[in-house]
Design a protein around this ligand. Structure first.
Ligand code: ZN
Length: 440
């Protein structure tokens, strides 16, 4: 697929790092001058922006957490007066204070360009008809990819999320070739197509850019097979900027190319905050390099991934991040063993008859922690031969014990009974049951 901005995306690393350093210095200054929160953090550390002289000095800068952003609600984290802000997004929760992301005219221009790069790497061209199935509104996904697709020149249909039947009708009538949405929504569409017996030949769909939630290779394989498309992953962090942070190239699908001229990425140990080497998995930390309205230093994303600085065979020299394998707050420790939904899903993918949907319940009975893994099975398995069902159950129990070192109860449930909006999750009920803190 064509490289949207070859000058930047194939830039020698030495030049890229020089550009990053210059922009980091500007960003540190902007944060120090424009945001009282950062001024206080710098002062507490005895640090001045001019002490940032190399990219390694990044480590001297303070971390920013989601709670920090929330405490600035609504406008305290902005580094420019409101009259310079031309767009405001805020993922609206029902129980917590939202984080508010502002964009200046330049920020929006950059966002368009970055979304175009990610879409172009994924495989979108101006000949495509692209259906945006993300919810519009205060969230960033729909708007980000919408404006990137327009920049490329594709025909954009802003369907938004909603009734699956409507998606399918539009897909057929408008001859949609590209789908944008969450992986779980793509699966819902695939399931609805199968249920209604809609022939694949009535669709022109060839590609999907999916994201907004972690999804495994097994889920990707399933979506690609059921929808008959090629699906690529991309990453965004709404608190900072919508889609455009990184995305896979369609040719290799081997890590997400990070737009490093706008985002400086580190991987840290989620517990100690220590910076980890390339290849090691830890928490992604992002520093914005060009954001004017909302410069953010060392943002703790809580997303687990690793970095690969090696150039890709597609020609891009930008470092790649591995597909996000989970969230630091999804990880629990049971009997000294760290478990994440991604690890469990990897085990599921090797066993025939299991769907890539599970829920993990962690309970405490007396001093003993008990883990139950609930897994959806393919239709037919539950109503079929009982011996076959028990064999699958035992197989999963043994594989979990062998792979994770974890003795877990296994419960097989009917397909589509677990919550698809959060298809993979761990429910830690130890705190509410025992009153003791049970995880780090
Ligand atoms: Zn590539």
């Amino acid at each position: 697929m064509p490289i949207w901005n070859p000058r930047i995306e194939t830039m020698p690393r030495v030049d890229l790092e020089q550009l990053q350093l210059e922009r980091l210095q500007v960003t540190a200054n902007r944060a120090w001058e424009g945001v009282p929160f950062y001024r206080r953090r710098f002062e507490a550390l005895g640090l001045m922006p001019e002490q940032i002289r190399s990219l390694d000095d990044l480590r001297q800068l303070p971390f920013t957490t989601k709670d920090d952003l929330r405490s600035g609600y609504p406008y305290d984290m902005f580094a420019v007066p409101l009259r310079e802000v031309v767009r405001i997004h805020a993922p609206w929760g029902t129980t917590t204070t939202p984080t508010v992301a502002g964009y200046t005219r330049n920020d929006l221009q950059h966002w368009r360009e970055l979304a175009a790069r990610v879409l172009s790497a994924g495989g979108l061209t101006k000949d495509d008809v692209i259906q945006i199935s993300f919810t519009y509104g205060l969230l960033t996904d729909a708007f980000g990819l919408h404006q990137g697709a327009e920049e490329i020149g594709a025909s954009v249909i802003p369907v938004t999320a909603g009734a699956v039947e409507q998606q399918i009708s539009i897909m057929q009538d408008f001859r949609t070739t590209a789908l944008v949405g969450t992986p779980s929504y793509a699966l819902q569409i695939a399931e609805a197509l199968a249920e209604k017996g809609v022939p694949r030949t009535s669709l022109h769909l060839r590609w999907g850019m999916l994201g907004g939630e972690p999804w495994s290779q097994a889920t990707r394989a399933r979506i690609e097979a059921q929808l008959g498309i090629s699906a690529t992953d991309n990453y965004r962090i709404s608190e900072i900027m919508g889609p455009g942070v990184s995305g896979e190239c369609e040719e290799h699908k081997d890590g997400l190319h990070i737009n490093e001229d706008h985002f400086l990425c580190e991987i840290v140990d989620p517990e100690s905050g220590e910076v980890l080497a390339p290849g090691q998995t830890g928490e992604l930390v992002i520093t914005t390099l060009t954001k004017e309205a909302l410069p953010v230093l060392r943002y703790r994303t809580r997303d687990l991934t690793s970095l690969n600085p090696e150039p890709c065979a597609c020609g891009r020299t930008l470092a790649r991040m591995a597909r996000v394998s989970g969230r630091t707050d999804d990880m629990v420790i049971v009997g000294g063993v760290k478990i994440s939904p991604a690890q469990i899903e990897a085990v599921l993918s090797g066993i025939e008859g299991l769907e890539p949907h599970c829920q993990v319940l962690v309970d405490r009975a007396g001093a003993v922690d008990r883990v139950e893994v609930q897994v959806e099975v393919s239709s037919g398995l539950l109503t079929g031969d009982m011996r076959h069902l028990l064999k699958t159950q035992n197989q999963l129990r043994e594989k979990l014990e062998k792979t994770l070192g974890l003795a877990a109860e296994v419960k097989l449930v009917e397909a589509r009974t677990l919550d698809r909006r959060r298809p993979r999750r761990i429910l830690d009920r130890r705190k509410s049951n025992s009153g003791h803190p049970a995880q780090q």
